[in-house]
Design a protein around this ligand. Structure first.
Ligand code: GDP
Ligand code: MN
Length: 368
């Protein structure tokens, strides 16, 4: 399970790693208030689970609170790497002297934790790893042995950090390994670990926790609302967004669409037992993609209830600014109630997947 940056930073902080001052905000007004409270230039950081936010435009700087408000207006509700931005971390802007890279990952082929570290961190770490792999120190740990602070300093020395920073960077590496171990992580990463006038700090924080260990990470589960509203989403080159409950059904929907001459713009599996909120979130996500002309919502309710689905659809229609036709196939648990809700709102629906797919293709062609 991937953990959001702001939660990861909180955890890193508990374990003694320095992190910048920050606060999470859910509205532009809140963003402005936090910026006022911090009383200095800030960084607005989109809280999506994907990496590479900086390059994708999800990390922005603001010199003052009113500028922070303006930028927040643009970021909230925008799509970033397949996710909708609904939370921003408002963080003091650091005066960065240099950017390092440190991480601990579980190397499954070696069956050992691996520390990776580099004097050259930041947004181009993938390129560095590809073009000049020698610049990355790799240090394997024996999972049966304790990892001692002097070994962490050895990693820092191998990174060639300046002598006066070896103990500081070593200490971060040692603490990062403790996070990794304590929280059953598969990845714990700081990129960049930055040098400022106030020492070294984690400017970014990435943490992924082994799904099989979530049951014993109660503290974490409480913070993250474990996978409550996550779905499997893949963006595709077509113009009809396909949403289904369950991967198999979603794929069948795509096949059917293709059969009738349509091109899917997404694969989006909302999963079993999806809530009203989840349905509307999924639809909002796919229609934020400008290429999408029609949404094909294909639901055969099992644990997912058709009435929740219908209400979720209405929620979107009530707020959406983009008028994208939604073709709905709705059957299964509570179908009578679900279909009644749609009919009452003046929405048509299908009960057969074939007919819904045909209809979606037809509408899409009529629009182009
Ligand atoms: P990522 O792109 O998803 O990894 O997001 P990061 O949190 O790493 O931010 C991207 C980049 O923004 C970092 O590599 C830094 O170069 C820059 N950045 C982030 N926070 C600050 C900050 O407080 N001050 C300055 N000057 N740059 C920052
Ligand atoms: Mn980063």
């Amino acid at each position: 399970m991937k953990i959001h940056e702001h939660v990861a930073k909180e955890i890193f902080g508990w374990e003694g790693i320095s992190v910048p001052q920050s606060q999470i905000a859910e509205t532009s007004q809140e963003v402005q208030e936090v910026a006022e409270k911090l009383g200095k230039p800030v960084v607005l950081k989109s809280q999506v689970l994907a990496g590479g936010r900086g390059k994708a435009g999800g990390i922005k700087f603001a010199d003052n609170p009113s500028m922070a408000y303006k930028i927040a207006e643009e970021l909230f509700g925008s799509e970033l790497k397949g996710e909708i931005v609904d939370k921003l971390l408002v963080e003091e802007k650091l005066d960065i002297k240099s950017e390092f890279y440190v991480s601990v990952v579980m190397d499954r082929s070696a069956k050992k934790p691996l520390i990776m570290a580099s004097l050259e961190g930041g947004m181009d770490i993938e390129q560095i790893a590809n073009n000049t792999p020698d610049k990355i120190v790799r240090y394997y740990l024996n999972p049966l042995d304790e990892f001692l602070p002097y070994q962490a300093r050895e990693v820092a020395r191998k990174m060639r950090v300046p002598n006066n920073l070896i103990s500081k960077v070593g200490s971060v590496i040692w603490k990062l390994f403790n996070v990794f171990k304590k929280y059953d992580a598969t990845i714990a990463e700081i990129n960049p670990l930055v040098l400022t006038d106030n020492g070294v700090m984690a400017a970014d924080a990435k943490l992924e926790v082994d799904d099989d260990a979530i049951y014993r990470q109660k503290k974490l589960a409480k913070l993250e609302n474990v996978q409550k509203d996550e779905f499997a989403y893949v963006k595709l080159p077509g113009d009809i967004a396909v949403i289904g409950n369950g991967a198999g059904l979603t794929l069948s929907g795509m096949d059917m669409l293709k059969l009738y001459g349509g091109e899917p713009a997404t694969f989006l599996d909302i999963g079993g037992g999806s809530s009203q909120e989840n349905i509307s979130k999924a639809i909002k996500l796919v229609i934020s993609n400008e290429n999408v002309k029609v949404v094909f919502l294909n639901v055969l309710g099992g644990i997912t209830r058709a009435d929740d689905v219908a209400r979720g659809v209405l929620d979107v229609l009530n707020v959406s600014q983009r008028n994208v036709p939604i073709v709905i196939r709705l059957t299964g648990t509570n179908e009578d109630e679900g279909q009644r809700i749609l009919a009452e709102a003046g929405l048509s629906f299908e009960t057969s997947m074939e007919e819904a797919a045909q209809k979606a293709v037809k509408i899409c062609k009529s629009l182009s």
